[in-house]
Design a protein around this ligand. Structure first.
Ligand code: HEC
Length: 114
């Protein structure tokens, strides 16, 4: 029935999505914004304003995640590079691939202008 015609197309799109795996669209599907939120609240909220659910007001000059998300230069790829390289003021927190993808998905989910 319909499935036979449907399956190859789906495989095609699956391969296509894989080959552009660093693009912003597929990267958003890679991580879980919800898990990224919980992770950020636990690890990043010490210095960053990461969520409206946050009680603690961070005492640092780190940008809020809302500001990060609204910067048009910030993409999934740019964030990957940021977490994959060493930065000057922010400590180099070691993230697993999953944690990194989740936190990236969360930051990008805060973007107001889609
Ligand atoms: C100990 C404090 C501290 C912690 C913890 C921390 N950050 Fe930062 N972060 C900073 C500071 C300070 C800056 C700004 C200076 C810089 O870019 O190095 C920054 C910058 C950033 C930027 C770049 C913003 C931009 O527009 O350039 C991102 C993205 C970021 N942090 C994400 C995270 C994530 C995700 C976590 C949790 C895994 C985290 N940070 C934990 C202090 C911290």
């Amino acid at each position: 029935m319909g499935l036979h015609r449907w399956l190859p197309r789906r495989l095609f799109w699956a391969c296509f999505a894989f080959s552009v795996g660093l693009g912003p669209v597929s990267a958003q599907e890679l991580g879980s914004p919800r898990a990224g939120h919980d992770f950020a609240m636990a690890i990043c909220a010490e210095c960053h304003w990461v969520s409206d659910e946050q009680f603690l007001i961070p005492d640092s000059d780190a940008p809020t995640f809302f500001d990060v998300a609204d910067d048009p230069a910030v993409t999934a790829t740019a964030l990957r590079v940021f977490f994959g390289t060493s930065h000057q003021k922010m400590p180099n927190i070691m993230l697993s691939d999953d944690e990194r993808d989740n936190v990236i998905a969360y930051i990008l989910s805060l973007r107001k202008l889609q």
